[in-house]
Design a binder for this molecule. Sequence first.
Ligand code: F6P
Length: 324
Amino acid sequence: MSAIKKIGVFTSGGDSPGMNAAIRAVVRSGLYHNLEVVGVMRGYEGLINGEIIPMDRKSVANIIQRGGTILKTARSAEFRTPEGRKKAYEQVKKHQIDALIGVGGDGTFTGASIFIDEFNVPIMGLPGTIDNDLVGTDYTIGYDTALNTVVDAVDKIRDTAESHDRLFIVEVMGRDSGLIALRSGIGSGAEAILIPETKTDLPHLLERLEHGRKDKSSKIIIVAEGDDVGAMQVADAVKEKFPNIDTRVSILGHMQRGGSPSCMDRVLASRVGVAAVEALLEGRKGEMVGLINNNIHFTPFKKAIKHIAEVNPNLLKIVEILSL
Ligand code: F6P
């Protein structure tokens, strides 16, 4: 028999589509296992301030299809301090919470890892970020939806680019990771993709534009937010070298974090949510639950956050081959 009788669920860091599906999975499977379930509002911020609400079956009805997070989210500066974490622990004790499940990315798991070391509260994590930059899961909750959002937006930009014979430089999210840029670029037929994982070779890009096919009426260059050169500077360089190319910049921004989650994200969130509750009951803690090759996989928080900035070179090659 597990000593866990009451669990709390929270979302933290940047929101991602599918977080609600994850909350639903945790709440419903917790209830299925006869646990009491509470929701912690605003991530670690709400834990510190005791913003804790009861969750029943109905509290998660009709949310699987909704973007954002009903529990809201925050990036808590206070939780990074020992005093903040102590306050959070006092709330855990006060509300008699035996274990926690957090949905988020590297900041969330870094905080959870320190909290476990300090207070030994069992915590399991679910990978919730559009960036897909965690070790221990093929995909993170929200990545697939964000990719579809970007591809949809670029398709629309392509229409106007084609009509005006323009070159568009489209900036997509990813402060430290080019994985959104990479896949959405392939999926939208981009002519070039610039990402933080590889050093951007501006002269090479300009050369490709100079010697590339002349009969293309539209061109799309996808630039990740964290690229070392950046969308604006690329645009300036293109405009300077090719004043006759009609060039525009489009920054997609936070629309990439919103919207109804794709079925892939809903299923992923549901599977890892159920597995996280079961893992806690089996006595596991300090791990992120992911899916690798379609199987549930546990990765210690300290390893999950060690995303190494490297991308599959084959994917980059594909962009060059297909943009001929
Ligand atoms: O981590 C997800 C992400 O969307 C990054 O790609 C982006 O750089 C960052 O969040 C922006 O976060 P915010 O605007 O919430 O500070």
